[in-house]
Design a protein around this ligand. Sequence first.
Ligand SMILES: [Zn+2]
Length: 151
Amino acid sequence: MAITDKIYLKNHRQISSQLETNIPKGAFKGATLDILFQGEGLEKLDDATRERILDFATDFLDCDCDQNPYCGCPERKFMAYLLELRAQGLGPDAIVDVMSDDYMLYAYSGDVLSFLDSGIRTLEAAESLARVDGAPEKRAEISQQKGELTR
Ligand SMILES: [Zn+2]
């Protein structure tokens, strides 16, 4: 399962009751995206919640793809957001705190940790490929990304 399958709405119950409909807990579930970001009813939410949801929509759902929000961009952007926080030096627990402050989302820090680990392994694999291919610039770039994730 992708990390984005393990990102949850922190106040899922509250949102469900304010919208008077049962929405899935997973933030990237199709039904959640439909109801929260395409459907009617955002005005039923309290201000603080609505603001976070609009921030989320602006930051992750703003692409022009026909398939939006099912084009894969939201998931990719969210993973980039996690990697960026890691690059700023945050650990899994702090990353969970930040996503909760920013978007009222939560995840288990163990899941975030394994996502970061697998990100680093992916970069390592890409690094050795670049070495084999004799692409020193590419390799240096990957190596720098990796350094940001592991510092
Ligand atoms: Zn897209």
